[in-house]
Ligand binder design. Structure first.
Ligand SMILES: Nc1nc2c(ncn2[C@@H]2O[C@H](COP(=O)(O)OP(=O)(O)OP(=O)(O)O)[C@@H](O)[C@H]2O)c(=O)[nH]1
Ligand SMILES: [Mg+2]
Length: 252
């Protein structure tokens, strides 16, 4: 008998008042059992709108950053018994009407992690408003990361992801960074521990109301990503065990 999986959507939020409602409205009705929004000390009325929408709201007393926000999101989703967790940025930058496409392959047990791949053609990405510099960096890092990690993803910077409970229970999330590189640490350790990962094509959406990583934070993110890749190489060569790569935790 097919046991219904408990599916929870998590929203790491920071000043998302203008985009939260339309992001929630696009999530297919009845697809998720609960939406948990973690507010990262927004200065706008994100919390008020989230409460009005009937979301489960957790308000951080201080801004913890994108990664720190997600740590609270997954802790709460696991505590609430989620079998599958989908992260939806409340800034409407990802098409939440496609949540089902990321959840289904995990529900069917075919994959442990799914993400929304935005890059098919340069024309489409730039037409979607992706700044040219971000597009070029996205391409360069896709090449580097695919080569180092031995995978063939269309990109490595997507913020639209779904995870099985086992992934979130197995990976050392709390020892990851509180910053934007959190997403890289999660995906690279998931690869290191042998989880099955795939993607689904989603549109690119960049627009003024959408929140976006700023230049300095972006540079720090790219350098930190290169550092995590370096640690991964040492781990694969069994030369070094770091705070996120443990030899004994291989899932294979
Ligand atoms: N910038 C920022 N976003 C946060 C923070 N805490 C939570 N978030 C949320 O994290 C999500 C991602 O942050 P964004 O600033 O949109 O970054 P991004 O969309 O990944 O950046 P791009 O790659 O430029 O698209 C958004 O939904 C934010 O609301 C924080 O401290 N700073
Ligand atoms: Mg964004």
């Amino acid at each position: 008998m097919l046991v219904k999986k408990r599916i929870i959507a998590v929203m790491p939020a920071y000043n998302a008042a203008k985009t939260l409602e339309k992001t929630c409205k696009d999530i297919p009705k009845g697809l998720v059992d609960e939406v948990i929004l973690v507010d990262d000390k927004s200065s706008d009325n994100t919390v008020e709108i989230a409460n009005k929408l009937g979301l489960t709201v957790i308000a951080h007393g201080k801004n913890r950053g994108y990664g720190g926000n997600q740590k609270t999101c997954y802790e709460e989703a696991l505590r609430k018994g989620a079998n599958i967790v989908i992260m939806v940025h409340p800034d409407y930058q990802y098409d939440s009407s496609l949540c089902g496409e990321l959840i289904r392959p995990i529900e069917q047990g075919r994959f442990d992690v799914m993400f929304g791949g935005r890059i098919r053609t340069r024309k489409e990405a730039l037409a979607g408003g992706m700044p040219y510099q971000k597009y070029i960096l996205n391409r360069i890092f896709a090449l580097i990361e695919n080569f180092v990690l031995g995978v063939n993803f269309t990109e490595h910077f997507s913020g639209f992801r779904a995870y099985s409970r086992k992934v979130l229970e197995t990976l050392p999330l709390q020892s990851f960074s509180d910053d934007f590189v959190f997403d890289q640490q999660l995906m690279i350790t998931a690869i290191a521990y042998g989880f099955r990962i795939s993607e689904y094509p989603v549109p690119v959406r960049y627009f003024s109301e959408g929140s976006s990583i700023k230049t300095i934070a972006g540079a720090k993110f790219l350098l930190s990503t290169l550092w995590v890749l370096f640690l991964y190489i040492l781990f694969k060569l069994k030369l070094y065990e770091s705070s996120i790569f443990y030899f004994k935790k291989l899932v294979l």
